[in-house]
Design a binder for this molecule. Structure first.
Ligand code: AMP
Ligand code: MG
Length: 416
């Protein structure tokens, strides 16, 4: 079988599939409702109780027998004794005797025998006796048991992404916890002898390390968990030692994926490439820009192995590659129904040229009201300040060499 580099560059789709194939579906864990936000439901949720669980009042007013009030009006009120007072939460509701009414609050159980609620506004609000000035239809303002859902009905199916309404529903049917798909755990490790931690003084020739922090945040925003390791210089032995120490465990903090940045290009001192070539990780080109040099595979750690995706070091390349390959793979692994970013079509404001044979992701700002997108910065893969102003990626197909002002382009929405 030919290797990736011999076979020529991969397409974005091919490399995305290769990275996704490294991650199996994650298992299930049970979390309290408050921690379920954004998680993917692992099993169908069925209703433990009907909703509403009992017939109850939709209004503050009086529970009545509708037939006893036929003909009641402003000019011909009907007066009846108030036999009971029913606040919400009352559990010992007496049956309604004929010829009486019960004062009732919203959410209180409708007493047996009553078949309608008269809102307090259509009465004199009496507490011993009450004058009623409207004739209710049978069933008026009664919220029927089970009209929202019956007990046992499937309310949410496995694969649903849980947000506030879904978690509220789980609570409403009495669930304190939910089974959700486990988040993949990602170790993030940057490489480069030029890197200095933010906060430290910079020597000439040094730069602040930014990819590690940026990628760890991106991993968490994708819904996975990240452990950011301290970056290592371009030293194969140091790099290998960190991986052997941190990636080969068998405990619960064992990573599902190791994500590296830097050290995968064609130069000398390509520490990631040098340390992993021949140990299960393949390196080659993807026909894209930025983010051409890539690698992925299962790194052999002697008796065990770990999934690895190696991203290039230029900050824009790193994040664009993350968006194209890693984010969708992580989300697919945790069962997310829509692993990819939403893509919309927008009209380009300005013109762009793009290299033939490479799919290009330019950084853009979308104006949703006019449906136009404008580039921020230029194609340079080091322009992190422009990246930070962008809210989308403009996806230019490999065959595209120029786009005219006003032409439609595909746009990946990043800020959702
Ligand atoms: P490399 O892929 O290691 O050849 O790096 C390509 C470019 O990205 C170089 O200009 C590096 O200095 C820069 N770079 C690499 N890693 C990082 C990082 N972790 N943070 C910021 N810049 C980086
Ligand atoms: Mg480097």
């Amino acid at each position: 079988m030919s290797t990736w580099s011999e076979a020529g560059p991969r397409t974005v789709e091919q490399h995305a599939a290769a990275v996704a194939a490294l991650l199996g579906p994650t298992g299930t864990e049970t979390v309290p409702l408050a921690d379920a936000s954004g998680r993917v439901l692992a099993e169908d949720l069925s209703a433990g109780v009907a909703l509403p669980p009992f017939d109850n009042s939709a209004m503050d007013g009086y529970a009545v027998r509708a037939a006893e009030l036929a003909g009641a009006s402003e000019s011909a009120p009907v007066e009846l004794p108030v036999a009971a007072d029913l606040p919400a939460g009352r559990t010992d509701v007496p049956a309604l005797e004929p010829g009486t009414v019960a004062r009732i609050m919203t959410g209180a159980p409708v007493p047996e025998g009553a078949d309608a609620i008269v809102p307090v506004e259509r009465t004199d609000a009496g507490t011993e006796r009450v004058r009623i000035t409207a004739a209710p239809e049978p069933g008026a303002f009664v919220r029927r048991a089970g009209e929202d859902t019956t007990a046992g009905a499937v309310l949410l199916t496995a694969g649903t992404v849980l947000g506030a309404p879904q978690i509220g529903l789980a609570a409403a049917v009495g669930r304190p916890v939910l089974p959700v798909r486990r988040r993949p755990h990602v170790l993030v490790l940057s490489t480069g002898s030029e890197l200095v931690a933010p906060g430290e003084p910079l020597q000439p020739g040094q730069i602040y390390e930014s990819n590690g922090t940026m990628l760890a945040v991106a991993v968490r925003e994708a819904g996975a968990t990240a452990e950011l390791l301290s970056f290592v210089p371009d030293d194969v032995e140091r790099f290998r030692a960190v991986l052997a120490d941190r990636a080969s465990g068998t405990g619960p903090d064992r990573p599902d994926l190791v994500l590296t940045s830097g050290g995968v290009s064609a130069g000398a001192y390509e520490v990631v490439k040098d340390a992993m070539t021949g140990h299960g990780v393949e390196f080659g080109k993807v026909a894209m820009q930025p983010g051409g040099p890539q690698g992925c595979g299962r790194l052999d750690l002697g008796g065990t192995s770990v999934a690895v995706a190696t991203l290039p070091g230029n900050p824009v390349s790193s994040l664009v590659s993350f968006e194209a390959f890693v984010r969708p793979a992580l989300r697919a692994a945790m069962g997310h129904p829509a692993p990819a970013r939403p893509v919309v079509s927008a009209r380009l404001a300005g013109e762009l040229s793009s290299p033939a044979g490479k799919r290009q992701f330019r950084r853009g700002v979308l104006d949703a009201t006019t449906g136009t997108v404008a580039e921020v910065g230029t194609a340079g893969s080091h322009l992190i300040a422009a990246l930070a102003r962008a809210d989308c990626l403009i996806d230019l197909p490999a065959a595209t060499t120029s786009v005219a002002d006003g032409e439609p382009v595909a746009v990946w929405l990043l800020d959702t």
